[in-house]
Design a protein around this ligand. Structure first.
Ligand code: GTP
Ligand code: MG
Length: 425
């Protein structure tokens, strides 16, 4: 079975919490802080695998979690790092965030692993928070939370050229004649039930991959039939061979048929209008097809689309089509890769990020939350202006007010991730 779209759940490992403890031994009553750091959480990593052709493996297993980091422990012991989870997918798999449908990554051609979700950092133990005035800190950093998402995996086959056209026009016959593929061929619609790939081998060594895209009918882009399931596979192809039945065996008009298929493709994805195509006017071994070939030429050649009469069944004219397509590919050397559209903080609607304030010893205030952490990443706190900017942010977000409600006084300490400062009005 050809499975090319699945929804799965992925979760990064949270960082382990830092630990609060104090050195204890016989005769030593007030030992220094010795709470160890938490371990780093595991990351969610995707890698393209040449031996996979479908997403079938994901039909039964849908939860993928990296291991969390372990908490630190007394006597400066570190928590163990969580293991990464490595998810193998066929090359050509696009990963989308399910609720926004935005592209997070494209596991296209590279063999490099892609980190989709980073594991959370481990929190630091209380030994890091001792200062001359605070020798027994009862604060340790919590582990950083990682993220989790529902994602959609979508396989977009990696083929250079797509064979498109109505059912029964001879696409599979074409594929079988010019490549090593061995598809089923029969005189009825929907003989081919899933996309097929074949390699066109050329003496020049400039081989290319050809995909037979079945199932495109009128309305396919709106979900009629199975066509929409297969349309995604034309998105990476750099050119189309548009096969049409020039003998009009089924009585419909070849010129209209070409227009209908092109409309479906463009309404599926308007970008596809830019892909060059060659029209392969097939079944010209059948008498009476000359007139339709002439009509196709009159209609499409003025638009710059070549019409080449062929007979796939008798292997006539196929080389001319291949040569024409090879020329087009020479002008489009790069693979089509989908750029990520999803930003890590997209899920946080600006302005109402939640934050938390914890109070230790009545004078040590710890602020945390994804919004503040992000803001700190944006600001250069070493710089005076940067620090003023950050203070303004705290005021505007109501964090200063919230600290005051919790009872903060002048001279108390505020800690926000790596930043520690004394509170003054
Ligand atoms: N006379 C003639 N018949 C052909 C030619 N090419 C294909 N056919 C016949 O047309 C019918 C359909 O061919 P297929 O290659 O299965 O067509 P397809 O476009 O792959 O069809 P689906 O998989 O159903 O979408 C078969 O009976 C073929 O033998 C040709 O050049 N001349
Ligand atoms: Mg077929």
């Amino acid at each position: 079975m050809f499975v090319d779209r699945v929804k799965i759940h992925v979760k990064g490992g949270d960082g382990g919490d830092g630990f609060v403890s104090f050195y204890r031994a016989k005769y030593i009553t007030h030992g220094g802080p010795d709470g160890g750091d938490g371990g780093k959480g595991g990351s969610v990593i995707f890698v393209g695998d040449d031996s996979m052709n479908t997403l079938m493996d994901f039909r039964y297993k849908r939860m993928f979690k990296a291991e969390p980091g372990q908490a630190g422990a007394k006597r400066n012991r570190f928590g163990k790092d969580g293991e990464d989870i490595i998810i193998k997918v066929p090359k050509g798999t696009v990963i989308r965030e399910a609720s926004t449908n935005k592209i997070m990554a494209d596991i296209a051609t590279s063999n490099e692993p892609v980190v989709l979700i980073k594991g959370g950092k481990g929190g630091r133990g209380n030994q890091h928070f001792a200062t001359p005035t605070r020798q027994a800190p009862r604060y340790a950093e919590p582990g950083q939370k990682s993220k989790e998402y529902d994602v959609i995996l979508e396989l977009k086959l990696i083929a250079d050229v797509g064979l498109i056209g109505f059912p029964n026009v001879g696409k599979s016959t074409f594929l079988s004649m010019v490549t090593n593929a061995n598809p089923k061929i029969a005189n009825y619609h929907f003989t081919t039930l899933s996309p097929n790939l074949g390699v066109v081998q050329l003496n020049s060594g400039k081989d290319f991959v050809l995909a037979d895209i079945p199932g495109i009918v009128e309305g396919a882009s709106q979900g009629v039939g199975l066509g929409i399931e297969f349309l995604r596979h034309v998105e990476r192809t750099k050119a189309f061979i548009h096969v049409v039945d020039a003998a009009a065996i089924e009585g419909d008009d070849p010129v209209e048929n070409v227009k209908k298929i092109n409309n479906e493709i463009i309404s599926y994805n308007p970008e596809l209008a830019k892909r060059p195509q060659v029209i392969a006017a097939n079944k010209t071994d059948i008498p009476g097809s000359e007139e339709n070939v002439a009509r196709l030429k009159a209609e499409f050649e003025p638009q710059g689309i070549k019409v080449i009469p062929i007979s796939a069944a008798t292997n006539t004219g196929l080389n001319a089509v291949i040569e024409e397509v090879r020329k087009i590919l020479d002008d489009y050397p790069d693979d089509i890769v989908f750029e990520p559209e999803y930003e890590e903080f997209d899920d946080v609607s600006a302005g109402n990020e939640p934050y938390t304030i914890e109070v230790f010893d009545g004078n040590y205030y710890v602020v945390s939350g994804v919004g503040v952490e992000k803001m700190m990443g944006y600001t250069n706190l070493e710089d005076e202006n940067g620090f003023a900017f950050f203070q303004r942010y705290l005021r505007e977000k109501g964090i200063i007010e919230a600290l005051e409600k919790k009872g903060i006084k002048e001279g108390d300490t505020v800690r926000i991730y790596d930043l520690e400062f004394t509170f003054y009005k």
